[in-house]
Ligand binder design. Structure first.
Ligand SMILES: [Cu+2]
Length: 148
């Protein structure tokens, strides 16, 4: 009796892990930059890769300025650092639709793109900018920590 139950459970675990391997969402954490803008800003990027090679990335952010509009992008590893993607000042590789924080400072945005556009150094980090002043970047999610 005990033995049969164990075999059944083991079989189910194997099946479950086979399923999740096909489509395993990755959660990336945003970290705050050394700037005074939006001191409570935080959030995650949920990255889901589909079998057809498309990647959907959804940003879930809190602590933003209520009513303010933001821009977010995937950036490639830039020239200014080879060990800190968020400080590397790289070019935009994929842009998210702009979004506006609600009355409690929460916001979400989502984009789908081909895996090839954010593969390797092309998808080194995600920045969240003030839409009206792109130089202001409250938070950044590092993805690839080393250039190359
Ligand atoms: Cu950007």
């Amino acid at each position: 009796m005990m033995g049969k139950t164990l075999v059944l459970v083991t079989g189910m675990v194997t099946l479950l892990s086979a399923c999740t391997m096909m489509d395993q969402p990755k959660s990336l954490a945003f970290r705050h930059n050394a700037v005074t803008a939006d001191p409570q800003a935080a959030g995650t990027a949920q990255v889901t890769t589909r079998p057809d090679g498309m990647v959907t990335t959804t940003l879930v952010l809190t602590g933003l300025t209520p009513g303010k509009t933001y821009a977010a992008h995937y950036h490639a590893f830039g020239p200014d650092s080879s060990t800190d993607p968020c400080a590397s000042n790289g070019p935009v590789s994929v842009g998210f639709p702009s979004f506006t924080a609600d009355a409690s400072g929460r916001a979400t945005t989502s984009v789908s793109s081909e895996m090839a556009r954010i593969a390797g150094d092309l998808g080194a980090y995600i920045n969240v900018h003030y839409a009206d002043d792109l130089k202001v970047v409250p938070v950044c999610a590092p993805i690839k920590m080393t250039k190359g």
